[in-house]
Design a protein around this ligand. Structure first.
Ligand SMILES: Nc1ncnc2c1ncn2[C@@H]1O[C@H](COP(=O)(O)OP(=O)(O)O)[C@@H](O)[C@H]1O
Ligand SMILES: [Mg+2]
Length: 298
């Protein structure tokens, strides 16, 4: 049985001389939440348009549940729901009228779940769309997509206009969708959201995939931070292999370690530390390490 929801092969999109997307090969596994990260202009929306078949690739292909996104667009669309970064809705319809219409577009809707989501996202469905803020329009397209229970949710920076409470409501709904076996392709530049939700993370830079893996696998990009405090002066650690960025502050020691930690820990242990903290890099630190390294290379 095929375990892929989406198979992207050698996908390139040129706009004149600009490669908006450059030879992307990527699988999205069934049932996973894949975080699609990258700064503005890195090619996230272009990838999504190619997945939806709304633009033509210069070369390469996208297959969704075994169907080609270009030549079998209609079949593909029956199994996906899409939330655009910026919703273009009909200004004179009310929220609920819009939801009815979007449900017809999706072809199915879980009405009980939709009622729940309207409450949880605190949406007033009886107002006209033209009176909605950006966040409220975002809620409409999110609720419609989630209530469709589509097998694959393609979300393009879906929480950019939401306040923190609603961001939380989104995260809960994403976890529920995953629990039901739905697959989520989540384009985002909110590192915290990706860190909290995603099984794997793909990182895009200037149209190129520069990193793909679990957060665990990506941790090799940055080092572990060790903090220890001592009754007296901290031990000398500067010459230990892998140790960098040593900071001494009275009887406190902070440093970073790449690779095996045993030698560092035994030196610290011999000096009888009062406290010891080790901290793995956050996705933000990883991201900085990754982009720092890239700009040095280029
Ligand atoms: N229709 C278009 N015509 C010309 N250039 C485009 C078009 N759409 C996107 N681009 C360019 O392609 C690059 C990637 O854009 P996009 O996929 O929207 O990035 P992201 O969604 O990651 O912010 C950007 O440099 C953007 O200016
Ligand atoms: Mg975009």
């Amino acid at each position: 049985m095929d375990r892929s929801a989406v198979e992207i092969k050698g996908l390139t999109k040129m706009y004149g001389k600009l490669a908006a997307l450059n030879n992307l090969t990527l699988d999205v596994r069934k049932g996973e939440i894949l975080g699609y990260l990258g700064p503005n202009g890195s090619g996230k929306t272009t990838t999504i348009r190619l997945m939806l078949g709304t633009i033509k690739p210069t070369s390469g292909s996208v297959s969704i549940f075994g169907h080609d996104a270009q030549t079998e667009k209609d079949t593909v669309h029956t199994s996906i729901a899409y939330v655009p970064g910026e919703a273009n809705l009909w200004p004179s319809l009310t929220g609920i009228e819009t939801l009815h219409l979007l449900a017809k577009v999706h072809g199915r809707v879980d009405l009980d779940y939709r009622r729940q989501l309207i409450k949880r996202f605190e949406l007033d469905p009886n107002r006209k769309v033209r009176t909605y803020s950006k966040g409220n329009k975002q809620k409409i397209t999110l609720i419609a997509a989630l209530a469709s229970r589509a097998e694959l949710l393609i979300l393009d920076e879906p929480t950019s206009g939401l306040d923190p409470l609603m961001e939380q409501a989104f995260r809960e709904a994403a976890v529920e969708a995953k629990g039901r076996g739905q697959t989520i392709f989540l384009s985002s530049h909110i590192l915290e959201e990706v860190e909290a939700l995603c099984d794997r993370i793909a990182v895009l830079r200037s149209g190129k995939l520069v990193e793909l893996g679990t957060l665990e696998q990506m941790r090799h990009l940055s080092s572990l931070t060790i903090e220890a405090s001592f009754r007296n002066h901290p031990p000398e650690v500067r010459n230990i292999k892998g140790v960098s960025k040593v900071e001494l502050n009275g009887n406190n020691l902070v440093c970073q370690i790449n690779g095996p930690v045993d030698e560092l820990l035994s030196v610290i242990a011999k000096a009888r530390p009062l406290t010891l903290i080790s901290r793995e890099p956050s996705l933000e630190e990883l991201f900085l390490a990754l982009y720092g390294r890239q700009s040095e290379a280029s």
